[in-house]
Design a protein around this ligand. Structure first.
Ligand SMILES: [Fe+2]
Length: 327
C-alpha cells in the first residue's frame, strides 16, 4: 500500500536525512547560477547534472571545451564540486546540437569533453564505450541505493517533426525508433535486474509528461512500454525518474499495473534560466503546480521509514513545491 501527500508552498517536512540527492539542469555559463551555495547548505550525498550543463550548440570542440572550462572554474561551482560527489548526463545543448540525436557527427569528441568535465578517470570503463550512461551503488547499512544516469542523445533515432499540427514533435508511428539504443538497453536491463532498495534514474528528457509536443520519451511509445515492463519485472525496487530539459519543474506520477508503488518523474529545470512565458500545458500525470522560475531538485530518502521527500527548490532555498511518497 502506498500513501501520497502533496504540499505546495507548504511548511518543510522534516525527516531524518538518510540520503540526500540534489540535481539540476539547464545551465548557461553566461548567466549567473544562484544555487550552488544553497545546494551545498543541504549537504547532498551526491549532485546529479540532468543535462545542458553548458549551451554549446556547436561542432567546434574548442568552443565547447572553453565553455566547460568556464563552468568548471566558476568560483561557486568549484568550491561546491570540491566537497560534493558529482554525477551526470548531458542533454542536447551540451551534447552539441539542439534536439540532437544519433546523427550528430562530433559525438565522440563531445563525449570525451563531457567525461573530462565530470572528472571521469582516464582508465574508467565508461570511456571505453559509446555514450555517457553510467551507474553508481551506495550501500547504507542494509539498504542499497542505485543511481543510474541515462544517455538519451547518443543513440536516439529521429523525431517526427510535425509543426503543422501545432506541436513541434508527435509520437513516432507504430512506436518506431529508440531513445536508448540496443546496447544501452541491455546495460539498463542488467542494472534493473540487480537487487536495489532504491533505484534513481536520471533521464535528461521527461519520461511521463508527453502531451506538450516537445522532446519526451512519449515520442517513442514503444520505449515507454519497454521501460515500464522492465520496472515491473525488476529486482530493483522503488524506481524513481529524474528529468530536466524543459525549463520548468514539476512532479508527474503514474500508477503502473503490476508495480506496487507509483512511478514518479521529478522534472527540475533550469538552473540559470526558465520558461518565463509559460502559460500552461497539459500533463495528466502532473501532481501539483508547474514551477516556471529557476530551481533545483532535492530528494531526501528516509531509509528507516521508506519515504522519499521531493522538493522543488528556489533561490534562497525557498521551497516552491513538495511531494512526499511513502514506499
Ligand atoms: Fe535546456
Amino acid at each position: 500500500m502506498t500513501f501520497l501527500t502533496f504540499f505546495t508552498n507548504a511548511q518543510e517536512t522534516t525527516y531524518t536525512s538518510d540520503f540526500t540527492i540534489a540535481f539540476g539542469s539547464c545551465n548557461r555559463v553566461d548567466l549567473p547560477n544562484p544555487f550552488w551555495e544553497g545546494i551545498a547548505s543541504k549537504d547532498p550525498d551526491v549532485f546529479i547534472w540532468g543535462g545542458d550543463v553548458i549551451y554549446a550548440d556547436t561542432d567546434n570542440m574548442k568552443k565547447m571545451e572553453a565553455m566547460y572550462s568556464k563552468q568548471k572554474n566558476n568560483d561557486a561551482y568549484k568550491s561546491f564540486a570540491a566537497h560534493t560527489e558529482i554525477l551526470g548526463t548531458w542533454d542536447d545543448h551540451d551534447y552539441g546540437i539542439n534536439d540532437g540525436g544519433a546523427e550528430y557527427s562530433k559525438k565522440q569528441s563531445s563525449q570525451k569533453l563531457f567525461l573530462d568535465f565530470l572528472n571521469v578517470p582516464k582508465d574508467s570503463e565508461i570511456r571505453n564505450k559509446e555514450g555517457v550512461y553510467m551507474s553508481k551503488d551506495y550501500q547504507l547499512g542494509d539498504k542499497l541505493i542505485k543511481i543510474i544516469v541515462l544517455d538519451t542523445r547518443y543513440f536516439r533515432t529521429e523525431l517526427t517533426d510535425d509543426r503543422k499540427s501545432g506541436k513541434r514533435y508527435i509520437p513516432n508511428e507504430n512506436g518506431e525508433g529508440t531513445v536508448l539504443g540496443a546496447e544501452q538497453w541491455l546495460w539498463l536491463t542488467e542494472q534493473l535486474n540487480q537487487q536495489s532498495d532504491y533505484c534513481i534514474v536520471m533521464s535528461s528528457i521527461q519520461f511521463l509528461s508527453a502531451e506538450h509536443g516537445f522532446e519526451t520519451w512519449g515520442n517513442f511509445p514503444s520505449e515507454i512500454e519497454r521501460f515500464e515492463n522492465l520496472v515491473k519485472n525488476a529486482n530493483a525496487q522503488r524506481v524513481v525518474l529524474l528529468s530536466g530539459d524543459r525549463h520548468i519543474s514539476e512532479f508527474s506520477r503514474k500508477i503502473i499495473e503490476g508495480v506496487d508503488y507509483p512511478l514518479i518523474d521529478f522534472t527540475s529545470s533550469g538552473l540559470t534560466h526558465s520558461y518565463t512565458s509559460y502559460s500552461g500545458e497539459p500533463n495528466h500525470y502532473r501532481v501539483g503546480d508547474v514551477i516556471s522560475v529557476p530551481s533545483y531538485g532535492l530528494l531526501t530518502i528516509n531509509l528507516d521509514n521508506d519515504v522519499i521527500n521531493f522538493k522543488i527548490m528556489g533561490v534562497n532555498n525557498q521551497i516552491l513545491g513538495e511531494l512526499s511518497q511513502d514506499y
